[in-house]
Design a protein. Structure first.
Ligand code: SER
Length: 609
């Protein structure tokens, strides 16, 4: 079973069980400043899990591209990935535990679908604690399906609970499905969920059953939802009995592109060397895995409808790190350019992700540009090192401080391995312990940020964020009225304290234009206009005068939000919501700043008070 088959079988199965197939969303979340990337299939669906009606109905299925960078430094081992695909099915107040579990079981075990032998499967359910009881309901369903008692493990919150940990919001127990690889159990306590390597997780059914309120009390939710997630790469690995995701067809053509690029560089140097066989040298394999994973992530970020460029902040910085780490490992293997590897990624995934194929040229351009910049950086780093050298050589122990090495890494992006290499050429060593310590601190910081981030995704649907969301619609329309119809939204970013709005416009706005736009927005707020939503097709929405973001993928049914009444409406936009019910609740709108964002794009920062 390869990834393409798994993807289509999953969709087909859930469609045959009354689910509407929806398109996966962008990798760059909209209106959610708490995360840099979409981290799970449920992430773009949070507003619907919180009660917003979904235009496609109450049963949904999709596959979603995801990026998690918390473990970026572990990539290189046989299991870690930064980019992955997640399959998911959702019930928005429709079926609950019994329905979800029975469908999961049928998909996993029926010969028509995955056909995994029933006796290979074990499950975990929530053990219960002071806040919520043991999930006997799920356990009963599993038992009724024939899972023996010794293949049902009861696990605590750390393992079998999903939702905001320290904050408020919807959450609940989950039930995870594991595949038993047939290895000897590690002891009497070994069972599904044990981390000894016998049990591999394939799927997670989350039952959003409670709302954790501000007092920390878990109140039962009136409208219960199901969120499930199955990682494609991991499942393909397990189903094919492979040890590592890099040993599956998902990566085969990408690894081949890497080894071919190694071969080219070698023969370019005059010798006709054999093409390296993946799996023969530990260090080389590690570099190959890093290149494969990082180039795949970078290509997907660069090929997203809401693509960003490498930069020194936020998601752009993550992208930069991915590319630079890949370049560095490429250099180690004698690879001159990552472009043929990126091309292999586009070839492999352009089918299920047509946006990737459409962006082929810009992916290659951006990648080539960043490769060039990094080579410059490396030269600068080498230059800095030369400048430090006379002082370094005075050190009687011939040891460069780890703090200095970290500074080179942090400021110039100069890799520690290169610092060590240069030092060695001068008969010196680097205090690696001190460097590792500084590095670890930096890593913990970014990990904490990555983790925190996601939880925010569930809670930042607060009242202020909703008001700012409606304000983006008013601002968008007002800008078009004042500047012209060439204005299109290029991005937006909302926190509870302010909004940012990026739009296409070739020159700075004049003070007068800013005043006019602000006045138009405030006028709509003062009029206390109703905000209404209707579901229609994209064509009908456009025909009715709705603005739809170019380059976004839409379902056959879309939600259209209208501000104002009847044919005299002020604005109409295709959008997932949520929005305020009346503009009068929004407060006073003030534009604080108008500046350049990138070529041809302006950025407005505004507040509601
Ligand atoms: N949200 C859950 C997860 O990410 C299930 O989709 O595992």
């Amino acid at each position: 079973m390869n990834a393409d088959e798994l993807r289509s079988k999953y969709i087909e199965f859930f469609v045959s069980h009354g689910h509407a197939r929806i398109e996966g969303k962008s990798l760059i979340p909209e209106n959610d400043p708490t995360v840099l990337f979409t981290t799970a299939g449920m992430h773009p669906l949070v507003p619907y899990l919180l009660g917003e009606p979904h235009p496609a109905g109450n049963r949904l299925v999709d596959y979603q591209k995801c990026i998690r960078t918390g473990d970026i430094d572990s990539v290189g081992d046989p299991s870690h990935l930064t980019f992955f695909e997640m399959l998911g099915n959702w019930s928005l107040g429709d079926y609950f535990k019994e329905g979800a579990i029975k469908m999961s079981w049928e998909f996993l075990t029926s010969p028509k679908w995955l056909g995994i032998p029933a006796e290979k499967i074990g499950v975990t359910v929530f053990a219960g604690d002071e806040n919520a009881p043991r999930d006997d309901e799920s356990a009963d369903v599993w038992r009724a399906l024939g899972i023996p008692e010794n293949r049902i493990s009861y696990r605590p919150k750390e393992d079998n609970w999903w939702g905001p940990a320290g904050t408020t919001g919807p959450c609940g127990p989950d039930s995870e499905m594991f595949y038993d690889i047939g290895k000897e159990s590690c002891g009497p306590d070994c069972g599904p969920g044990c981390s000894c390597g016998k049990w591999l997780e394939i799927w997670n059914d989350v039952f959003m059953q409670y709302n954790k309120n501000a007092q920390g009390v878990y109140e039962p939710l009136a409208r219960k939802c199901v969120d499930t997630g199955m990682g494609i790469e991991r499942t393909v690995t397990i189903l094919n009995g492979k040890k590592s995701v890099y040993d599956t067809e998902v990566f085969a053509s990408i690894i081949a592109a890497v080894t071919a690029a190694m071969g080219t560089a070698a023969s370019g140097q005059g010798g006709s060397r054999d093409v390296y066989t993946y799996g023969t040298k530990t260090d080389t394999d590690r570099s190959i895995r890093i290149i494969c994973d990082h180039v795949r992530s970078a290509a997907f970020i660069l090929g997203d409808p809401r693509a960003i460029s490498p930069s020194n902040v936020g998601a752009g910085y993550v992208l930069r790190r991915l590319i630079r780490r890949a370049v560095r490992h490429g250099r180690k293997l004698g690879i001159e350019s990552l472009l043929p590897i990126a091309a292999a990624v586009v070839d492999k995934f352009g089918g299920p992700y047509p946006e990737l194929a459409a962006a082929r040229a810009s992916i290659m351009d951006e990648l080539a540009r960043e490769e060039g910049k990094f080579l410059e950086t490396l030269q600068k780093g080498e230059h800095e090192f030369e400048k430090l050298l006379p002082n370094l050589l005075k050190d009687s122990r011939k040891c460069m401080s780890g703090r200095l090495a970290f500074k080179l890494y942090d400021t110039y992006g100069f890799p520690i391995e290169l610092t060590e290499e240069l030092a060695a050429e001068k008969g010196m060593t680097v205090n690696r312990e001190e460097f590792d310590e500084a590095f670890k601190k930096h890593q913990e910081l970014s990990r904490a940020q990555g983790g925190q981030a996601f939880k925010g995704g569930l809670v930042d649907q607060g009242e202020m964020a909703v008001k700012y969301h409606t304000a983006t619609h008013l601002l968008h329309k007002a800008l078009r009225m004042v500047l012209g119809d060439h204005v299109g939204q290029k991005g937006s970013n909302i926190t509870a304290d302010r909004m940012r709005f990026d739009f296409s416009h070739g020159e700075p706005m004049t003070a007068d234009q800013i005043k006019q736009v602000q006045a138009i927005v405030n006028e709509q707020i003062t009029k206390d206009l109703p905000v209404t939503m209707e579901v229609s097709t994209l064509e009908a929405a456009k025909a009715a005068g709705a603005i739809a973001l170019f380059g976004e993928k839409y379902e056959s049914q879309v939600k259209v939000y209208t501000v104002g009444e009847g044919s005299n409406f002020f604005s109409k936009e295709v959008c997932g919501g949520p929005h305020v019910e009346r503009t009068g609740t929004m407060g006073r709108f003030t534009i604080q700043k108008e500046q350049s964002s990138s070529a041809g794009v302006r950025r407005i920062r505004a507040v509601l008070e």
